[in-house]
Design a protein around this ligand. Sequence first.
Ligand SMILES: NC(=O)c1ccc[n+]([C@@H]2O[C@H](COP(=O)([O-])OP(=O)(O)OC[C@H]3O[C@@H](n4cnc5c(N)ncnc54)[C@H](O)[C@@H]3O)[C@@H](O)[C@H]2O)c1
Length: 349
Amino acid sequence: MSGIDTEFEHEQVEVFRDTATGATGVVAIHSTALGPAMGGLRLAAYSGLTAALTDALRLARAMTLKNSAAGLDLGGGKAVLLDDGGWADADARAARMHAVGAVIEQLGGRYVTAEDVGTTPEDMVGIAGATRHVAGQPVERGGRGDPSPWTARTVTGAISAGARQRLGADSLVGVRVGVLGVGHVGRHVVALLREQGAEVLLADLDTPRAQDVAERYGAHALPVAGFLTSEMDVLAPCALGEAIHEEHIAELRCKVIAGAANNPLAGPDTAHALAGAGVLYVPDFLANCGGIIHVGAEVLGFDDAEVERRIDVAVAHTAGVLAQAAATGAVPQDVAVAEARARIAAASA
Ligand SMILES: NC(=O)c1ccc[n+]([C@@H]2O[C@H](COP(=O)([O-])OP(=O)(O)OC[C@H]3O[C@@H](n4cnc5c(N)ncnc54)[C@H](O)[C@@H]3O)[C@@H](O)[C@H]2O)c1
């Protein structure tokens, strides 16, 4: 795997190209120790196959931790598709999604997909034409639909837990939160934060979207450039991965980082560097697990009440990890990873 910028410890990786439609992508199964590997299907403009493969491997590994930490009997996996411009036409896209479904079907249920950045509940309908190993179809088709509002619930819970732990804030009233990225999840985070009385700054590369969300919820839209280092109590990265590099840390003015983005830290030591600078980093895979609880319910047979209960448990769990880390002087990321791995090891024993 030389040239691939990630640790390779995965059970199975499929790189595919459907010659009839041109659909090209990667399915990475990191672990099935706890159950079928589950994680969304991402469509992105990767610079090439190596970049797509690296992303799939990283995201699949993060799903193993996320599903374990959320107490789900699901392993970790992820699929990515290369956006070559051929997904724009609706009919071509549906045919490509059907081809992706055929690849997933060949995996025999070891991997279950759902929507992620760049894909939609409607795309899952195309996939379902070729496999039953798919969740998150539209509600009118019997699926649970877009998981984003549930992701926003655990993200907002993680922001509250972080603010309580680091700032001693009993509520979010008057806490200043900066939300970077106001797409599917970020806009719901903004709405929930405003409902709870937080002051919200936001930024998005899509400037009209940022303006619209700011006006709708009474938040302040700022330019993306310089946003990370704006004056704020909590930074909520809700765009794409790797937003925070070590060279940003000295300039950060926030005390807490908690958001929806998967893998928002650029390097393996960034969580420690943040802790050294007095910034509490709430592990992304704890903060953003609401979505997989919501769509994983289709695979695990949870009803709505069980989903609600598990969302509340996940938020309480995040607060518990932060408290345990504070009590022992550990970094929350290390506590959460060790706990998630221990659950997998126990299942594998
Ligand atoms: N959708 C879910 O339920 C879910 C669940 C878990 C994790 N996540 C993660 O949360 C993040 C957001 O997911 P989403 O579904 O809201 O995606 P999305 O594509 O709907 O929204 C992302 C937003 O970020 C903006 N953006 C992209 N790059 C940016 C940058 N460099 N600076 C500022 N803005 C930028 C985009 O314009 C867009 O508005 C992703 O990292 C995703 O993997 C999502």
